[in-house]
Design a protein around this ligand. Structure first.
Ligand SMILES: Cc1ncc(COP(=O)(O)O)c(C=O)c1O
Length: 378
């Protein structure tokens, strides 16, 4: 049996929606992009949303409009996909790594506070694997120290924190629409924005900072000579992607329910498998289960990598746990004291998780996991 690790949830309505865009002839930055932004904003409870090419460009733009630039520091968790830290570097600023909460694997507000210096401009909480970070302390910290907050919500569409939707809490939250995420547009990103003026500026910046949108030009009855009041990016989403995204929003609740069920089955079964710990579930969060990360206890008789190898031979693909960015060669030389990050990253691995995963496949994953752990323990 070969178990897939991850698959997008596509239900068959997408082909016609994308074909309709192609037939219309308006294939980039047109009406579907605007429709998708509005539907996305409504879903996450934001005043507006701005579509981009991916979450990394969304983060760059969000940091830029937050005033982050050369000479600034931005506090980030090292335990995140490397794009989190890279987006800070792409703005000419320095990512400063702070440790995680050892239970949730999310940036620890107390560790973030200790990392504040006179150069700190912003804090970037990451809702890791779709589990909301403890946002109230971060928002209070930002208020107290005059800092900006940019949320890396790459995995968190549909998640909520104390009953409030991720995307409605802070000024700027950036989502990913990559196929490994909860919903996908192939590639894509979205910035949930609360301030309409910031949304308007982001919309210009993603289009070379041109002061006239394609939509406005299309509807104009006079010649328009555009200007470029500042320097910008190209982070435009296509209308084919947006049409796909609209279809994905329609099935988001089904996707979340399926992932929740898979996670529940994993967690229940892990209770009877020694040396493995299920993810911690804080009572303040409703998560998306973008990934399911299981952790080997320190006394496990097998290494994480060896267990991953054994499972792969049985048709069960896994992935290492969330990386510790400061341990990658790209961040060599970083001085950081991050014991919780290093232990959690080293000891955890992701099990197959996606909407559409069958009980039969999941049972195979669990049966092989239990068999290998008990074989090495014997
Ligand atoms: C936490 C986090 N931030 C940022 C990104 C980057 O997203 P994208 O690939 O859409 O640029 C990812 C994607 O893997 C992620 O997991």
């Amino acid at each position: 049996m070969e178990v897939p690790f991850s698959r997008p949830y596509l239900v068959g309505t997408e082909q016609a929606a994308v074909a309709e865009v192609i037939t219309s002839g308006w294939v980039s930055q047109g009406p579907r992009v605007r429709d998708f932004e509005q539907a996305f904003a409504a879903r996450v409870g934001a005043a507006d949303a701005v579509a981009t090419t991916n979450c990394t460009t969304a983060l760059q733009l969000a940091l830029y409009v937050s005033g982050v630039g050369p000479g600034d520091e931005v506090i980030v968790p090292s335990m995140s996909f490397i794009a989190t830290a890279n987006s800070v570097w792409q703005c000419g600023a320095t990512p400063v790594f702070a440790d995680i909460d050892p239970l949730t694997y999310n940036l620890d507000p107390a560790a973030a506070e200790r990392a504040i210096t006179p150069r700190t401009k912003a804090i970037m909480p990451v809702h890791q694997l779709g589990l909301p970070a403890d946002m109230d302390p971060f928002l209070a910290l930002a208020e107290a120290h005059g800092l900006e907050i940019v949320e890396d919500a790459a995995c968190a569409i549909g998640a909520s924190y104390r009953g409030r939707s991720i995307g409605s809490l802070g000024p700027l939250a950036c989502f990913s629409l990559h196929p490994r995420k909860v919903i996908t547009t192939g590639e894509g990103g979205m910035i949930a924005v609360q301030d309409p003026e910031v949304a308007a500026r982001l919309r210009r910046l993603r289009q070379h900072a041109m002061d006239v949108s394609d939509l406005a030009r299309h509807g104009a009855r006079d010649v328009i000579i555009e200007t470029y009041p500042e320097r910008g990016w190209n982070a435009r989403m296509t209308d084919m992607q947006a049409a796909l995204g609209l279809c994905q929003l329609e099935v988001l609740d089904d996707i979340l329910a399926w992932r929740r069920r898979v996670a529940g089955r994993y967690t229940a079964a892990l209770e009877s498998i020694p040396f493995l710990e299920a993810p911690h579930e804080p009572d303040y969060a409703d998560r998306t289960w973008q990934s399911y990360a299981v952790r080997l206890t320190e006394d496990a008789p097998v290494t994480r990598n060896e267990l991953m190898r054994l499972l792969l031979l049985d048709g069960v693909p896994t992935r290492r746990g969330v990386m510790a960015s400061h341990e990658e060669p790209a961040y060599a030389g970083t001085v950081a004291d991050l014991p919780h990050t290093e232990a959690a990253s080293r000891g955890s691995m992701m099990l197959p998780m996606f909407a559409g995963l069958s009980d039969e496949h999941q049972d195979h994953v669990l049966e092989r996991l239990a068999a290998h752990v008990s074989a090495v323990a014997a």
